[in-house]
Design a protein around this ligand. Sequence first.
Ligand code: SME
Length: 316
Amino acid sequence: MRSIFRDFSYDYFDILAHPKEQWYDFWQTYREKHPKVLQEYMLKNNLNESTLKEKLESLERRELDKLSQYWQRVGAAEKAKVLKTLGKRADALHLEREDFVIHILGGLGEREHFIIPTSKGNVVMIDLLGCWLSGKIEDFPSIVFGALDDFIEYSHVHVRHFMSDDERRKRFSLLLHRLPTELRDKTFDEKLATIACFLDKYVEHYNWSGFYLTTNDRLLSLGAFVGEPTEHLEIPFGSGICGQAAETMDVFVVPDVSKEENYLACSLKTKSEIVIPLIKEGQVIGELDIDSHFPNGFGASDREFLEKVCEALIRS
Ligand code: SME
């Protein structure tokens, strides 16, 4: 079978060869070896350089040592079990389509796996530290097959940036269908966090997805988001794209942010932006803000979809 399943954990465990003060420097080298995956991993975990440093400082060498020893002892056997089952499930997984690879890596331990789209296909990243900290590493094949089930479900609805508006529309409608279930029995804040994760996960060209909420004094205050941390924690009405959308109570689509004068930059990677005000009983109670690393990232289908997402939130 072609190598869709690869263990790169040795690159990660190299961290143990360095004193803790050098872990951040180590991470730069590690990142050069897996640039796309680790860059997306940072965004999915709301990490910038300073929060990355904090996270690395809070990692315990003792835990990493234990994990490394454990993986040296059982890794080969666990991988053999996975390969055997992969072989049996090859047809069901359509492995010949080559649209995904599974990479065993190490991260900062937030979750057991992440799905990371790249220009060469999708990477299902297994974070060994996440598996270790959740206590599930002892059933490693279940983690891998759970991640694959998640990937299969995802591949049916995933919206790629190169899709036409018509193709996007079909997938957006599948996503909208799922949204009420995702929001059920959650508090308002939990709903905001769920939507931010949902949009980030399923739409490739949504690279910062988050909410601002209106405070009494015509100020927008940052709520749940997924993406690079922003310095714009509060934005007055009228200021930036967000403030203008709040003032006009209208959707604001910016195909090229470099052409906007009243624009507050969050990241140099951002090329386009859309802001949808959340309107309840005639008042702007907040807004959904999405940044894209793709120029002209938001077509008519995106606008329709995001307006419906906001309606579903307000109704729920
Ligand atoms: N670009 C926005 C600021 C918010 S960040 O994109 C997260 C604006 O101009 O209002």
